[in-house]
Design a protein around this ligand. Structure first.
Ligand SMILES: Cc1cc2nc3c(=O)[nH]c(=O)nc-3n(C[C@H](O)[C@H](O)[C@H](O)COP(=O)(O)OP(=O)(O)OC[C@H]3O[C@@H](n4cnc5c(N)ncnc54)[C@H](O)[C@@H]3O)c2cc1C
Length: 509
């Protein structure tokens, strides 16, 4: 660290990525300020109160709970019990519009396939799944082989699939294009991408994680509990966590981070800035392209951002979903298949709604070009609602509220930083790195680094980012924070806070 730049970190954004980074940096003894421009914490994993329901702003389906990266963050700070991950008593189900009816016991209610409660037996559902996907018996056997492969693949085999799409991978087993498109569509769902755009390596990794974990889980108290708890623990370790505090610019000189300028004009010197504000906006708006090598700027400009998704939240006066999560293909006869998924958080934690009520959070998958197939228009809230109504009979007549957030307007999720879509050429070794050509500037969250899906991707990226920072500082990754460093850094922060940066000491939002 240069003499004139203090050992202090500013983290931009309080989504899962920023909250995890702030917690890990504080735990490493680095004085940290987390600045969140919104009035509430959590980014795309925030929540709002509505008619007695606690409603997620995103649509969160997690598979590994405390065994995955969210638990790893807590383990690293010795707080593994700070969040309870609950499982649903009911298995998940796959739903298909216009799918073959009947079939074995699993296929029911017009194309609804109940998955085994223990998802490690996922491949055993292949026959029901194949019927619902309208596969021939030979195709069904091949689809079963694909699912078995996905469960058993080694990392190196998965990485070899990074640069093909999920649909192209499915076509290796299912040469008939319609069959490959439907199976590819399901594989791409965890990445919120259509099968024609999702990286097969990343999609298969998500399927493998789901199958190996053997369950789905959801945080007690709602998905927003994850960034809330990370921020609370970071504060307990001395971090300042400020909402309503937008970073206007990252200050850079001689290709070295010097600090940040806030929206109100205050400046704060810091040697480390972790941005979760999206790669393109960090480079173009917060830092400025002239501070980066041309090749880096060209690469960032060429990246495909994560497309916006239509979302809907439904409060029901009765419990109708009969599953912890639904996923499937809507769209109906003649229309293009619409990949969608729907989580029923109240199946995991009934306290998220008034007694006997149910909350559904659903999301339709569109690609960079709009719809789920190349050139198709973006999925609309109406189409998503039609797919849901087909999967959950009686849905609309029992609704207390139906809140749609179109993907092409600035809804709760749309205001957030764009992630880097997990498409071929943007995952694995080709994923943007957590470090940048500007010394002291790092990226975390869904923009760079990490593997997996959603909140788990953001958490794994944050761990990768903080590991990199510690290595750059010459610190031993395994070692606890040296007390002397904490003292020195705390003292430094205290002195600077008292003199020049009064906002650090303002009441925390
Ligand atoms: C429709 C939808 C469906 C999803 N489904 C799932 C799912 O099924 N499973 C799952 O695990 N995850 C899911 N997620 C994704 C998951 O919520 C996100 O990937 C993850 O939480 C991203 O975290 P992040 O920290 O990278 O970014 P974000 O949550 O976007 O946080 C970035 C934060 O930075 C703040 N910020 C930006 N610029 C500035 C600035 N200049 N100054 C200060 N603050 C700034 C923003 O306000 C925001 O709070 C979904 C999200 C959406 C929207």
């Amino acid at each position: 660290m240069d003499d004139e730049v203090p050992l202090r970190a500013v983290v931009i954004g309080s989504g899962v990525g920023g909250a995890a980074a702030a917690l890990l940096l504080s735990h490493a003894g680095i004085p940290t300020l987390l600045a969140e421009k919104e009035r509430r914490l959590g980014g795309s994993a925030a929540a709002v109160e509505r008619d007695g329901f606690r409603v997620d702003t995103g649509t969160h389906m997690l598979c590994r709970g405390e065994d995955g990266p969210l638990g790893d963050v807590l383990r690293r700070v010795g707080q593994v019990d700070a969040i309870a991950f609950r499982e649903s008593a009911e298995p998940a189900a796959l739903c298909f519009a216009g799918a073959a009816r009947g079939g074995r016991a699993g296929a029911e209610r017009g194309g609804r396939v109940a998955l085994p409660a223990d998802l490690r037996r996922l491949a055993a559902s292949a026959l029901d799944l194949a019927r619902a996907l309208e596969l021939t018996p030979l195709e069904a056997a091949r689809a079963a082989r694909l699912l078995a492969h996905a469960t058993a693949m080694r990392d190196v085999d998965l990485a070899a699939c990074d640069d093909v799409t999920a649909e192209a991978y499915a076509a290796r087993f299912l040469p008939r294009p319609a069959a490959a498109a439907r199976l590819g569509g399901l594989l791409g769902l965890p990445l919120l991408l259509p099968g024609s755009e999702a990286s097969a390596g990343e999609a298969l990794l998500a399927s493998r994680q789901l199958a190996r974990s053997g369950r789905q889980s959801y945080p007690e108290g709602g998905a927003a509990r994850v960034p809330d708890v990370f921020c609370r623990l970071a504060r307990e370790l001395g971090a300042a966590v400020r909402t309503g505090t937008a970073v206007r610019r990252v200050l850079v000189r001689d290709r070295r981070v010097r600090g940040v300028e806030l929206e109100d004009g205050t400046t704060l010197s810091a040697g480390i800035v972790v941005s979760t504000a999206g790669l393109a906006s960090t480079v173009a708006e917060l830092v400025g392209e002239p501070h980066f090598p041309e090749a880096y700027v060209a690469r960032v400009r060429a990246l495909t951002p994560q497309p916006r998704q239509a979302q809907v939240k439904i409060g029901l006066r009765r419990r109708l979903a009969a599953a912890g999560a639904l996923a499937g293909l809507g769209g109906g006869a003649g229309a293009p298949a619409l990949p969608f998924y729907c989580v029923a958080p109240t199946r995991f934690d009934p306290s998220l709604a008034p007694p006997g009520h149910e909350l559904l959070c659903a999301c339709a998958v569109s690609g960079a070009s709009g719809g789920a197939s190349p050139g198709a228009p973006a999925a609309t809230v109406d189409e998503l609602l039609r797919a849901l109504a087909g999967a959950v009979p009686g849905l609309l007549s029992e609704a207390v509220f139906v809140d749609g957030s179109p993907g092409d307007e600035r809804g709760p999720g749309a205001e957030l930083a764009a992630g880097t879509a997990q498409t071929p050429g943007q995952v694995g070794r080709a994923r943007p790195a957590v470090y940048t050509p500007v010394r002291g500037l790092y990226l975390a969250g869904r923009a760079a680094g990490g593997r997996g899906a959603g909140m788990e991707l953001a958490a794994s990226s944050a761990m990768e980012c903080v590991d990199r920072i510690l290595v750059d500082l010459g610190r031993d990754l395994g070692a606890p924070a040296p007390p002397a460093l904490i003292d020195i850094a705390g003292d430094l922060l205290g002195r600077v806070a008292a003199s020049t940066v009064s906002w650090v000491a303002r009441p925390r939002g």
